[in-house]
Design a protein around this ligand. Sequence first.
Ligand code: UDP
Ligand code: MG
Length: 315
Amino acid sequence: MTDTILYIVVPCYNEKEVLRETAKRLKEKIYTLSDKNLISKESKILFVNDGSKDNTWEIITSLHEEDKVFSGVCLSKNRGHQNALLAGLMTAKNYADVVISMDADLQDDINAVDDMIEKYSEGFDIVYGVRSSRKTDTFFKRNTALLFYKMMNLLGAETVYNHADYRLMTKRALEGLAEFEEVNLFLRGLVPMIGYKTTTVEYERAERFAGESKYPFKKMLAFAIDGITSLSIKPITLITRLGLFISCISLFALIYTLIKYFLNQTVLGWSSLMASVWLLGGLQLFAIGIIGEYIGKIYKETKRRPRYIISETLI
Ligand code: UDP
Ligand code: MG
């Protein structure tokens, strides 16, 4: 067990307020674990700078100079949390036996790391950190998040409830992940597809230690749409069914109006006509929109653009 090299991967975007504190706590964690002989002395913390506009990378560089337990990867520009995390995981996979990913803001209880390591030693390849409560999230965040999970599952994207990107993965699980080449990244939907023995550990989610959320509502919505459309084609199936259903109804409506016509009972229903025109127009636009989303995805995938470019590495 002692020779197990652990890497903790932390994506950072404009995190100058929290970075030093996070670094301090993670370093303590790594040292206590290696003192207990649970992990190797070569274990490290890998910060990924996701094109921050503040001095996040300077802080990472100076941390690395102070102590080699800190390592860093700098992306050429801001690519978003998922891509930054992937960059970190793919880098860490080359050095580590087991990797844990977490956010920079200390919202994920770092004591769950001990439980994750224990599960790893029991032979699990993937350990999901699951929030036991969301007491500290705002009312808005909590409910939009709940809606998000509900919708995801309803639309056929399998995800682990209340699990964000706080998880442990072994080298071979990461090698599995590397086989997925999609550009539209939604890691918590992909990881369950890798397989192997998986389990969960619970933790309490705290408030952001400092700084503010880098996920405003707009980004969250985009993330949700991305999640659904990159994992499931159910929305398209739904459109087809809805179309079929409406066509059936309109057939009945046609028969009904014909009967009324021959019975000389036609009423001039201008308003209902207008209403249905609007409704159908709306439905059609919505349907075209969803199909467009998928075509957009296909367009992006066929280009095979790199998901991130690393400009500097400090190991
Ligand atoms: N993050 C990132 N790139 C981005 C946005 C966020 O690497 O474009 C990182 C951020 O530094 C943090 C993690 O992703 O470590 C989660 O972001 P945040 O805590 O702001 O999201 P929330 O917890 O509010 O959902
Ligand atoms: Mg956060």
